[in-house]
Design a protein around this ligand. Structure first.
Ligand code: NAG
Ligand code: NAG
Length: 439
């Protein structure tokens, strides 16, 4: 009996010991897993070099903090769309070469005064779309080179604590510091721009006086604010400066597109027309996406200045033809998307075909007649060929200088004469056409 009890006890002990060992091992394994996950986090970030500058891309990694072990010689640190809440003193102090720091779309609600210590070369700091209510000028002191500071879309509380920052933003030479940031609190300052706020009022002891209605103190209804690109759209700096204004219900191209933008997405809005020189300052633009708008007309000078544009997406709009000259500035265009537009196959469309013919490097898609009935579904090129084949007399007249409609230059004429297939000057007024028919 005692032996049996002893055996049972022993058995229990063995089982318990085995379980305990298993459990212990399990716990150890879990903790090893955890540390390797952390490592993978760090490794998941991508380092790359563009034009000799090092980028470290840690966007959208669910990060709550800047991790140890990141390369220290980087120039651009991309931390957008993470979950960082607080920036503590000296968080970035080992990144001595840093030129830009992208912290937009996090959950930052507090920045300690020494958070940016050591960033003596930083020129660009993006803090838009966070939860900041207060900040002081002191946090900016370690960054004497700072030129661009974005603070919009934070719930700024415009009181005495914000005074030094507001005064700094308003220094005339700080042109690109804190633009478009608005007060959320107190109520009487709601919607007012930090840039234009009377800093005297922030610390005035009789702040209550401000409550007395004053035309300038009325919050602006959101609909009356002039849409500007940086507050409406998301900006990205990696791998190239990009502005994403998709689906913003825009009726016009927004003002103040940052000058360094390379890719601009304005698709799925409600833009009906492009005005002259809409993009003239955005000289580096390589991709312009206007797909899914209601574009009916494009001014002949709309694309002025876009010398480097490589890709233009105009698909899914209401375009019927291009005015003569619209495309003349697009020297380096490679791709032109034109599908889902009601192209009308009459003489107005000839300019487009003519231009494409003389820019064989441009690949285009979607150029199909939707009207008139007899040409519906035809590739526009085929329609133009038919037009030319039908009118051989045009071919001869077209080559006589002086009989051409205004606007055709000598160079275009020469090029035209070299063409065999396409024949006459494609751009031709209807009157002239009629006169020829009559003779
Ligand atoms: C333009 O935007 C549309 C809709 O957002 C998208 O489907 C299309 O791929 C974009 N075009 C280019 C060239 O990126
Ligand atoms: C065309 O644009 C409209 C409006 O933006 C959008 O709803 C629709 O999905 C687009 N169609 C295609 C084929 O992309």
């Amino acid at each position: 009996m005692r032996l049996l009890c002893g055996l049972l006890l022993l058995l229990c002990l063995v089982v318990w010991a085995t379980e305990a060992r298993k459990g212990g091992k399990g716990r150890r394994m879990r903790s090893r897993e955890r540390s390797s996950t952390t490592k993978r986090f760090a490794a998941d970030c991508k380092e790359s070099t563009v034009n000799g500058e090092k980028f470290f891309d840690c966007q959208e990694r669910h990060l709550k903090a800047v991790l140890l072990g990141w390369p220290e010689d980087i120039h651009h640190l991309l931390l957008a769309r993470n979950r960082i809440q607080v920036l503590r003193d000296n968080t970035f102090s080992h990144f001595r070469n840093l030129k830009s720091l992208d912290l937009q779309q996090n959950e930052i609600s507090r920045i300690e005064e020494g958070a940016f210590n050591g960033l003596s070369r930083l020129t660009t700091l993006l803090l838009q779309h966070n939860r900041l209510q207060v900040a002081s000028e002191g946090m900016l002191i370690p960054m004497p080179q700072l030129k661009y500071l974005r603070l919009h879309d934070n719930p700024w509380r415009c009181d005495c604590q914000l005074e030094s920052l507001v005064r700094f933003i308003q220094v005339p030479s700080n042109r690109n510091i804190g633009n478009y940031a608005h007060c959320t609190e107190p109520r009487e300052f709601w919607g007012r721009q930090l840039k234009k706020l009377d800093a005297e009022l922030l610390c005035s002891p009789q702040q209550e006086n401000v409550l007395i209605p004053h035309p300038d103190n009325q919050p602006l209804p959101a609909s009356q604010k002039k849409p500007d690109a940086t507050s409406l759209c998301h900006t990205y700096v990696h791998p190239v400066p990009r502005l994403d204004c998709r689906n913003r219900d825009l009726k016009t191209v927004p003002a103040d597109i940052p000058l360094d933008i390379v890719r601009l997405d304005l698709s799925r809005n409600n833009i009906k027309q492009l005005r002259p020189k809409e993009f003239v300052n955005v000289k580096d633009l390589k991709l312009l996406n206007l797909s899914g708008n209601s574009l009916e007309s494009i001014d002949t000078a709309s694309f002025t200045g876009l010398l480097h544009l490589g890709e233009l997406d105009l698909s899914n709009n209401s375009l019927r033809y291009f005015q003569y000259g619209v495309l003349e500035d697009l020297y380096f265009l490679k791709r032109l998307s034109l599908e889902d537009n009601p192209w009308i196959c009459d003489y107005n469309i000839h300019y487009l075909i003519y231009w494409l013919k003389h820019h064989p490097g441009v690949s285009h898609t979607g150029l199909v007649c939707s009207e008139p009935e007899e040409f519906r579904g035809w590739p526009v090129e085929n329609y133009v060929k038919t037009y030319n084949a039908d009118c051989p007399i045009d071919k001869q007249l077209g080559q006589v200088p002086g009989t051409d409609p205004a606007g055709i230059t000598a160079q275009e004429l020469t090029a035209e004469i070299d063409e065999e297939e396409l024949g006459p000057i494609p751009y031709r007024g209807p009157k002239k056409f009629e006169i020829i028919r009559l003779t």
